[in-house]
Design a protein around this ligand. Structure first.
Ligand SMILES: Nc1ncnc2c1ncn2[C@@H]1O[C@H](COP(=O)(O)OP(=O)(O)O)[C@@H](O)[C@H]1O
Ligand SMILES: [Mg+2]
Length: 525
């Protein structure tokens, strides 16, 4: 058997031929026609594929792996040739022209050389090369469009997009179910994961940082579903969050001081409230000299520091082994001499390890937890500590929490859509068995819009700790009145703070202080 015959046999015939029209005529297929277009030649059943071949599961698996490998090797060979032939001119071509050019080049190579691919398989082969050379096929256009923040594929011909917070149906479709499936596979293979009947859901990340989730049958009843959360071209900075009205400059100044002063922080909020975004913004305030270890299920954080180690968990393989969980990574990271550990999200047994890390020399570590309020967070933390299987009395757990965590940043999505800081809350200690929570900033309702984040007027207890760490916070930012502004001299002294030495990427702090000073000056007049 030649390669294509074996492939066809291994495929059982059916799927091999499903989206391939008959072989393209010598000299190239008709231009501007995509596989699966109505009007193409009718699909033929594969003469090499005998349904009976499905009856040998044992042989099939190993044969199939070898055949996949051979198919891949042929593809790589052709791809290299295509690249060599059209590479130099590729940049000048539009994407349609490039598609045509790649197609005709592959067909020329086919006519010239024996690649061991049968005519039946040729079109599928050409389509795969095209997709490989041109990325993610129809999705490319959506991925390239910066106004789109989310892409949701419910079926090969049903793609929805989110633009400026609104969901609409896109007129872009995959050419066939097979193409849809192949592109999903390519996305997850690229990061060494897979998605199939045995492990039907997967999280992965594209090269540009976009996060994808794929779930396929039997879990998804009507076929594969692919969700892509696009990575913003540029990560949010604190200044962006201020401009968006998510928090005030005063609150930002306080949070920056907390991060610099090594106060361990938890970002709290529901799904999609901006927790990861906030964690990222806060992490960027960590001084460059410190060694950070980030631990995530799928890496989303974009921390600009000079000394960042990025770790990612791994799901179990087909045999159900080899899983590496957040908890394993947290424990391992302790042996990597971190100054701080940043865990993308705590949702289970890793919580106790995280709290202990915060309590044993890794102050200033941060994480996010899914909870709607600070009070709810405390309950969640207790539950998650217990999930670690360590028998600790409730009071001891609470003490761990109180000792470990200094500040909570609670996020919310307002009914109108924007994501905002709802409160900045200090964990102040224990009174009896109760953990004392004190809002330092909280959001008050306004007649219209998304409310306003105002200081509660209470002085945070951690100011002393901050001060001991060499961080002085201007006390006026906690004052709960708008009338009395900051004195001009104080503003000026802020203004002329010497720049911190040795920073590669300057966080927006100086800028913040300057804007703060300017605003106070304006208000003072
Ligand atoms: N303050 C904000 N204003 C507007 N959009 C935001 C804000 N914070 C986050 N986003 C956007 O909201 C989406 C969800 O944010 P993310 O941080 O991933 O949320 P979570 O981690 O809570 O699920 C992302 O597309 C992000 O870019
Ligand atoms: Mg998140």
């Amino acid at each position: 058997m030649n390669l294509s015959e074996k492939l066809a046999a291994a495929d059982g015939g059916a799927d091999a031929a499903s989206d391939t029209a008959a072989s393209a005529p010598a000299g190239g297929p008709p231009r501007n026609r995509r596989a699966g277009d109505p009007g193409g030649p009718p699909a033929r059943s594969n003469p090499f594929g005998s349904p009976g071949s499905k009856g040998h599961p044992m042989r099939r698996a190993s044969d199939r792996a070898a055949l996949d490998q051979a198919w891949k090797t042929s593809k790589q060979k052709v791809q290299a040739k295509v690249l060599a032939e059209i590479g130099p001119s590729a940049a000048d071509l539009s994407s349609d022209e490039l598609r045509d050019k790649v197609r005709s080049t592959v067909n020329e190579i086919f006519d010239r050389e024996d690649l061991g691919i049968s005519p039946i398989e040729r079109q599928r082969f050409v389509e795969e090369i095209l997709e490989d050379s041109l990325g993610y096929g129809p999705l490319e256009a959506l991925l390239a469009d910066n106004s789109i923040t989310e892409v949701m594929c419910n079926a090969y011909d049903e793609i929805w997009i989110e633009r400026k917070g609104r969901i609409e149906r896109s007129d872009i479709e995959f050419t066939s179910n097979d193409q849809y499936r192949r592109i999903i596979d390519r996305m997850v293979h690229a990061v060494g994961r897979r998605v199939d009947e045995a492990s039907p859901m997967v999280d992965a990340r594209l090269a540009d940082g976009s996060r994808i989730n794929a779930i396929v049958p039997p879990l998804a009843l009507r076929g594969p579903v692919l969700t892509i959360r696009k990575f913003p071209e540029r990560a949010f900075l604190m200044q962006d969050l201020i401009n968006l009205g998510s928090l005030t400059m005063d609150a930002a100044v306080f949070l920056e001081a907390c991060v610099r002063g090594k106060i361990s922080t938890i970002v709290v909020g529901g799904t999609g409230t901006g927790k990861t975004t906030m964690l990222n913004v806060l992490s960027n305030f960590i001084p460059d000299g410190e060694r950070l270890i980030t631990i995530e299920e799928s890496a989303e954080l974009q921390i600009q520091g000079a000394h960042v180690v990025t770790l990612e968990t791994r799901p179990a393989n087909a045999e159900g082994t080899g899983e590496v969980r957040i908890r394993d990574l947290v424990r391992n990271s302790l042996r990597m001499r971190p100054d701080r550990i940043i865990v993308g999200e705590c949702r289970g047994s890793e919580t106790l390890d995280m709290l202990q890390a915060m309590n044993t020399g890794h102050a200033g570590s941060m994480t996010t937890v899914h909870a709607n309020t600070p009070r709810e967070l405390l309950g969640r933390l207790e539950t998650m500590v217990m999930m670690g299987g360590v028998e600790l009395p409730q009071r001891a757990i609470r003490e761990q929490i109180v000792m470990a965590v200094g500040i909570l940043v609670q996020l919310q999505r307002t009914p109108a859509g924007p994501r905002v800081v709802h409160s900045v809350t200090e964990i102040q200690g224990m009174e009896g068995d109760t953990v004392l929570l004190q809002d330092i900033f909280h959001r008050v309702e306004t007649h219209e819009g998304m409310g306003r984040l105002v200081p509660t007027g209470l002085r945070p207890k951690i100011l002393d700790e901050l001060s001991a760490n060499g961080i002085d916070v201007p006390p006026h930012i906690f004052r709960n009145e708008t009338a009395s502004g900051l004195g001009a001299e104080r503003a000026a002294s802020r203004h002329h703070r010497p720049a911190r030495p040795g920073r590669v990427v300057e966080p927006p702090s100086e800028e913040l202080y300057e804007m703060l000073a300017r605003r106070r000056e304006r208000e003072g007049k």
